[in-house]
Design a protein around this ligand. Structure first.
Ligand code: 8YV
Length: 326
């Protein structure tokens, strides 16, 4: 097939870069560090591989030959979906290969938040473990507690499996439509229940947001949301930071009844140094590491490379994103 021009704007593993270079002309340019090289390559690029960098209509205008964007991510909120659809530019992403890893991360954050792991590890590291840990430093049990999940896609269901099957936790979930558990997740039948949001918030000991960032979910987790949560409950976010009103979260922690928060994602990333969420004693913050394991990031890069090669060869990609449905 004809060699085309591919612009890679995030680091790819050597073996995946080699796959691309064997088939096409490849330029690697980080738009943040090499804006001129990036802009020059964009002008002739037929395909893009990237991830969290925001793509907008102006960037698409500067890429007149673009046929496909292959994202190394499952989330696609940093892409102009309607614009891509209008221009007939194919968008691909990397679902499924990261599901279990992100679910592991989310459960790790949940456990760390409820048992105060980061705070107590710091106590040891800073030489402040001078006597038996007293009640003021106790955490709260996870097993058997009720977990409420917002967003019940592949990752939400994977977290539910860990909670229900591993930790005996009743799972409530809220999503735009109920999930056919018999077909999609038979092991969760009788263990996960589609629940109205208010009831989920009133009953859950832990509320987990696994929501994509859309016009509907942006800022939806606000003061009224936290006020409706069960007193003493905790909040975990493993989806997208901008679904949360962070001022309302801090207010719920300091003046409401929110026990604690575990956050892998933030409205602005990296988290600004002056954000109170960085140092709040009842916040367990992580730097968006949901899919960040050697194995999974390689699998994501491999799938993103395969998607791109397929589209440029005129084939249907393994994992297209339906921009028309957005
Ligand atoms: C990031 C994620 O994309 O897949 C997603 O949507 O949030 C993460 O995997 C990743 O950090 C960027 O490669």
């Amino acid at each position: 097939t004809t060699k085309k021009n591919v612009l890679v704007f995030r680091p790819l593993p050597e073996d995946q870069l080699a796959r691309l270079q064997a088939a096409h002309h490849v330029t690697v340019a980080d738009p943040r560090r090499e804006p001129e090289a990036f802009a020059a390559a964009l002008r002739t690029a037929n395909g893009l591989i990237g991830s969290s960098h925001t793509v907008d209509a102006a960037l698409l205008d500067a890429a007149p030959r673009l046929e496909v964007i292959s994202s190394v991510s499952v989330g696609v909120d940093n892409y102009p979906l309607a614009e891509l659809n209008k221009r007939g530019i194919v968008l691909c992403h990397t679902p499924d290969v990261l599901t279990e890893t992100v679910a592991d991360t989310v459960f790790a954050i949940l456990m760390a938040t409820q048992r105060r792991v980061v705070e107590l590890a710091s106590l040891v590291r800073e030489g402040r473990w001078t006597k038996n840990i007293g009640e003021e430093l106790f955490g709260t049990d996870v097993h058997g507690k009720t977990l409420g999940i917002l967003g019940f896609g592949r990752i939400g269901q994977a977290v539910a499996r860990r909670a229900a099957l591993g930790f005996g936790m009743p799972v409530l979930y809220h999503a735009r439509r109920s999930v056919d558990l018999a077909a999609q997740a038979p092991e969760l039948q009788g263990r996960a229940t589609h629940t109205p949001l208010d009831e989920l918030l009133a009953r859950s000991d832990i509320v987990l947001a696994m929501l994509p960032l859309t016009d509907a979910t942006r800022g939806m987790i606000d003061a009224a949301f936290f006020a409706r949560m069960k007193p003493g409950a905790s909040f975990i976010n493993g989806g997208r930071g901008a679904t949360v009103n962070e001022e309302a979260l801090l207010h719920a922690l300091d003046h409401g009844t929110l026990r604690a928060a575990g956050l892998d994602v933030f409205a602005k990333e990296p988290l600004p140094a002056d954000s109170p969420l960085r140092t709040h004693p009842r916040v367990t913050p992580l730097p968006h590491i949901g899919s960040a394991t050697h194995e999974t990031r390689h699998a994501m890069a491999e799938l993103a490379t395969t998607n791109l090669l397929q589209v440029l060869a005129g084939e249907k990609p393994t994992a297209p994103y339906d921009t028309a449905a957005a």
